[in-house]
Design a protein around this ligand. Structure first.
Ligand code: TTP
Ligand code: MG
Length: 406
């Protein structure tokens, strides 16, 4: 029997959360991402705003030019995280086979659940109802025998849709759609396929797999299977995060070392906090810089000893920053820092190093104070100058484009 996989994705997620708080925004062109004089990009646009050509990733200034009457909102990431947690809790009530693939999307394996709900379509309708009733959010759902077709079906049904692709009709469902609609095909592959005269998924499905392998390597073989509606990947419960990072774009490109270092310190402390919450120290620290002309570089250091200490993350990032800036004269547009390669904790090793022990204790005390009184209630001298650059609230400074990477 064919599997029944559900893919569910909330509609205009960030915008919809804002509309729950301010119902007067419903039915209007709304953008979350920042005020139009900010240099960031659109994170989420309401469907009314999309009629004017607005979409995620578009610079706010362009969005404003295309649709000056849109309401532009800064947004609040904590709010979206909160809504996401509640959304996933509702899904978990329906099936233990749950794979979240983003803040606002997940796969559910519903194979064999027909008798519980009448049909899988009825099950999906119940899921949508609960999300609407309890969170006030619209969702779109696709149902198919595999993940890829379920995801495309959800996308095709937006907004507020529900679409089932019956077993056996996966291929014909996909065939007329543009190749760019197939998950896994990015802008680059799309262009390359167009160069080969391949525009719709049906054409892709008919190509010999060897041809696709020749052009795209193993990704081409997977592309061929997916274009034919074949996808037996399991719905897998989430693994642990593989990296934690934070980044921000400056309001104005900057060469000012003190600003860059203060921001790096602040971002390092944010990363450190998450790292300590997950309880596994990291071996690698990565610095990310984007220069005024959008050239983006990343530089990584492997630590001798895995760490979750603010000072270690910052000092490592700072060294990378200084080296990078000595090679580049352009002003900086974005700075980010991340950690990866987590290990299981082996505290006893650290005990040999009394300064590390002291710093760990200090970080834990700081975490407790911040939990109680807010992130900016206690600061290192270095980050104080950020008060003049960023607004703040209890959860910390309000960065123009906070990183979504977890
Ligand atoms: P999406 O599900 O891709 O977009 P959406 O929910 O706004 O709209 P829809 O699903 O109806 O097409 O992303 C979910 C959220 O993730 C989105 O609301 C904001 C955030 N996001 C960004 O911050 N930047 C981005 O480039 C994208 C694509 C999403
Ligand atoms: Mg969405």
């Amino acid at each position: 029997m064919a599997r029944r996989i559900i893919h569910i994705d909330l509609d205009a997620f960030f915008v919809s959360v804002e509309q729950v708080l301010k119902p007067e925004l419903k039915g209007k062109p709304v953008v979350v991402g920042g005020k139009p004089d900010r240099r960031g990009v659109v994170a989420s646009a309401s469907y009314e705003a999309r009629k004017y050509g607005l979409h995620a990733g578009m610079p706010l200034s362009t969005a404003h030019r295309l649709c000056p009457q849109a309401v532009f909102i800064e947004g609040n990431f904590t709010r979206y995280q909160d809504a996401s947690t509640k959304f996933m809790a509702i899904l978990a009530d329906f099936s233990p086979f749950l794979e979240p693939t983003g803040l606002d999307e997940a796969y559910l394996d519903a194979t064999g659940f027909e008798s519980l709900h009448g049909s899988i379509v009825q099950m999906a309708a119940k899921i949508k109802r609960r999300i609407k009733d309890e969170l006030g959010l619209p969702a779109s759902v696709g149902i198919a025998s595999g993940k890829v077709v379920a995801k495309v079906a959800a996308e095709q049904s937006k907004p507020d849709g529900l679409l089932e692709v019956p077993a056996g009709s996966e291929r014909s469902f996909l065939a007329p759609l543009p190749v760019g609609e197939l998950p896994g095909i990015g802008k680059k592959s799309e262009l390359e396929l167009k160069g080969l005269g391949i525009h719709i998924i049906g054409q892709l499905a008919s190509l010999p797999p060897e041809t696709l392998k020749y052009h795209f390597g193993t990704a081409g073989v997977i592309m061929h299977r997916h274009a034919n509606g074949i996808d037996d990947r399991a719905v897998e419960p989430p693994g642990e995060a593989r990296s934690i990072s934070r980044e921000t774009t400056f309001g104005e490109d900057t060469r000012d070392r003190r600003t860059l270092e203060a921001t790096l310190r602040y971002l390092s402390e944010r990363v450190g906090k998450s790292l300590r919450e997950q309880g596994r120290p990291a071996r690698c620290v990565t610095l990310k810089l984007r220069y005024a002309d959008f050239t983006t570089i990343t530089r990584r250091t492997t630590l001798k000893q895995a760490s979750d200490i603010n000072q270690v993350i910052f000092a490592t990032g700072l060294k990378l920053l200084k080296t990078a800036l000595s090679h580049e004269k352009q002003p900086v547009r974005l700075v980010g820092i991340g950690v990866s390669h987590f290990i299981e904790p082996a505290r006893q090793l650290n005990m040999l190093d009394s300064s590390a022990v002291r710093q760990e204790k200090l970080d834990r005390v700081i975490d407790r104070i911040r939990k109680k009184y807010g992130f900016t209630s206690i600061q290192t001298g270095r980050t104080l100058l950020l008060q003049d650059i960023f607004a703040s609230r209890k959860e910390g400074y309000i960065l123009p484009t906070p990183s979504l990477s977890r």
